[in-house]
Design a protein around this ligand. Structure first.
Ligand SMILES: Cc1cc2nc3c(=O)[nH]c(=O)nc-3n(C[C@H](O)[C@H](O)[C@H](O)COP(=O)(O)OP(=O)(O)OC[C@H]3O[C@@H](n4cnc5c(N)ncnc54)[C@H](O)[C@@H]3O)c2cc1C
Length: 421
C-alpha cells in the first residue's frame, strides 16, 4: 500500500491552498493530493456568468497548473475514509495510508432533496448557477415577463448570498430590458431575515425596495412541478403568523394548498439546490453522527482539527462550521490548518485556534454595483482593514464591483492558489 506523510482529499479551493502553503513552508514535506478532476473551477464568477457578464471558460483552468511543485497528484475518487487505520480507499480499489489527512472535497448538490427538481431542471424555465450558470444566462435572455422566482433550500449551501446576487442582477437586467413593468420578482427563503448581519441587511432591504422585490420568509421548498411551473413550500409557521411577519403580505400569486402549504407559480425559476457532504465523508467516523450537523465533517471550530482523530483536519465547504461556506472562509482557515499540521509534525500540540469564523460575501446588487459583507462567528461584522479604510463596504459601490469582477479572480489564481494570500 502506498503511503504519504500528508494526504489531501480534493484539489479545489481548500485542498490546493493548504498544499501550496505547506510546501511554501517546507518543500521537503511528502504531500499527495487526491482528485480526479482535470480542471479547477473559480466558482465565485459563476454568478457573473449567469448574468452574462463573464465568460464561463475564464472560470476554468487546467488543474495541473495549480498542483504545487513537490506535491504528488493522484487522479482518483476517494470512496472511503478509514480514520481508525489512517487509510483512505480509492475508486480503483487501491488504498492509501497517511500520517496526516486534510479533508477538502467540498460538498455535493442533492437533486433528490426536493421532489421533482431533476425533472424541473430539464425544462426551459428552471436554472441554477450552482449547476449550470450558462443555462441561467439563456433562461434570462428568453424571459419575456411574468413571475421570476428566486429561491433556496433549507440545507446549508455554499455562498449563501449567491441565490440573492443573481436575483438582483436579474432585476437590474429586467429594468434595462424594459421588462420590469410586466415582471414580479419574488424571493422565497426558509430564513427569517434577508442577511444575518444587520448593517448589510439594511442596505439589502433598500435594494429590494428599489427593485420592488417581493420577499417571502419562512418558506421551505419541498417540491417543484416543472410542467405546471409551480414551486411548493411548507410554511415554518401558520399562514397568519407568516403573513404578519412578511415584508410584503401574501399577494394574489400565492396559492394556498392548506394552512401550512403554499404553491408559487413561476415563469422562470432560479434556485440553489439542496446541498450535503459527499457520502464518503458522511459515512465515515470523521463526520458528525447525529444532530443538525449530521454528515458534515466534525472539526473544532477554531482549530479545524477533528476531535476524535487529531491527525485529521477538514477545510472548506465540507466542514461543519457555524459560518458561511465560501472561498473567502477557506482563505482564513488554510493558514490555521497548515500551522497546526506543522506543529504536529514537529511533535508539538496543534494549539492554533485562530479561526474566528471569518467569511465574506460579495453581494452584487446590480450591474456595476456591489457591497462586501464580511463577518465571523455569531454574525459579528469583521472587515479587511485594507479595504475598509478606503471604502464603506456596507453600501453598494462600483469599486467593489471591480474588486469582484477583476481583482478577486486575479488574486485567486495568482496568489491564493499559490499559497501566497
Ligand atoms: C454560484 C456560486 C457562487 C459562489 N460565490 C462565491 C463568492 O462570491 N465568494 C466566495 O468566497 N465563495 C463563493 N462560492 C463558494 C466557493 O466556491 C466555495 O466555498 C469554495 O470553492 C469551497 O472550497 P472547497 O475546497 O471546500 O471545495 P471546492 O472548491 O468545490 O473543491 C472540492 C474539490 O474536491 C474534489 N472532490 C470531490 N469529491 C471528491 C472525491 N470523492 N475524491 C477526490 N476528490 C473529490 C472536487 O473534484 C473538487 O476539485 C460560490 C460558489 C458557487 C457555486
Amino acid at each position: 500500500m502506498n503511503k504519504h506523510q500528508i494526504v489531501i482529499i480534493g484539489a479545489g479551493t481548500g485542498g490546493i491552498t493548504v498544499a501550496a502553503q505547506l510546501l511554501n513552508k517546507n518543500k521537503n514535506l511528502d504531500v499527495a493530493i487526491v482528485d480526479p478532476k482535470e480542471t479547477h473551477d473559480y466558482q465565485p464568477a459563476w454568478t457573473l456568468v449567469g448574468a452574462d457578464t463573464y465568460d464561463m471558460e475564464k472560470t476554468k483552468r487546467p488543474q495541473k497548473d495549480f498542483i504545487p511543485n513537490g506535491a504528488k497528484w493522484i487522479r482518483e475518487y476517494v470512496t472511503a475514509i478509514d480514520a481508525d487505520n489512517n487509510q483512505i480507499e480509492l475508486k480503483n480499489g487501491d488504498h492509501l495510508s497517511y500520517d496526516y489527512l486534510v479533508v477538502a472535497p467540498g460538498l455535493v448538490n442533492d437533486l433528490d432533496g426536493v421532489e421533482g427538481l431533476s425533472e424541473a431542471l430539464q425544462t426551459d424555465s428552471v436554472c441554477s448557477n450552482y449547476i449550470d450558470p450558462e443555462k441561467t444566462r439563456e433562461v434570462l435572455k428568453n424571459f419575456k415577463g411574468g413571475n421570476a422566482l428566486f429561491t433556496q433550500p433549507t440545507t446549508p449551501i455554499k455562498c449563501g448570498g449567491a441565490p440573492q446576487k443573481i436575483m438582483y442582477l436579474a432585476a437590474d437586467y429586467f429594468r434595462k430590458n424594459k421588462l420590469s413593468d410586466k415582471t414580479q420578482v419574488t424571493f422565497a427563503t426558509p430564513g427569517s431575515v434577508i442577511f444575518g448581519v444587520k448593517v448589510f441587511a439594511d442596505e439589502l432591504l433598500r435594494v429590494i425596495d428599489k427593485y420592488k422585490i417581493n420577499v417571502k420568509f419562512h418558506l421551505q421548498l419541498y417540491k417543484i412541478d416543472g410542467q405546471a411551473k409551480k414551486a411548493y413550500y411548507k410554511l415554518s409557521e401558520s399562514k397568519q403568523v407568516v403573513a404578519e411577519k412578511e415584508i410584503n403580505a401574501f399577494d394574489t400569486n400565492v396559492e394556498f394548498i392548506d394552512d401550512k402549504t403554499v404553491a408559487l407559480p413561476y415563469d422562470m425559476l432560479h434556485l440553489a439546490p439542496p446541498q450535503k457532504a459527499p457520502e464518503f465523508v458522511s459515512n465515515s467516523k470523521i463526520a458528525h453522527a447525529e444532530g443538525g450537523n449530521k454528515g458534515w465533517a466534525n472539526v473544532n471550530k477554531h482549530s479545524l482539527q477533528n476531535p476524535d482523530f487529531p491527525n485529521v483536519f477538514a477545510v472548506g465547504d465540507v466542514a461543519a462550521l457555524p459560518t458561511a461556506k465560501t472561498g473567502a472562509a477557506v482563505r482564513k482557515q488554510a493558514p490555521v490548518v497548515v500551522d497546526n499540521l506543522l506543529k504536529l509534525i514537529a511533535g508539538n500540540t496543534a494549539d492554533n485556534k485562530d479561526y474566528q469564523g471569518y467569511s465574506s460575501c460579495p453581494l452584487i446588487t446590480g450591474y456595476g454595483k456591489m457591497l462586501l459583507a464580511e463577518f465571523g462567528y455569531d454574525n459579528k461584522r469583521m472587515s479587511d482593514p485594507l479595504i475598509s479604510t478606503f471604502v464603506d463596504t456596507t453600501k453598494e459601490k462600483y469599486s467593489m464591483w471591480l474588486l469582484k469582477k477583476y481583482a478577486l479572480p486575479f488574486m485567486y489564481w495568482n496568489f491564493m492558489l499559490k499559497g501566497k494570500a
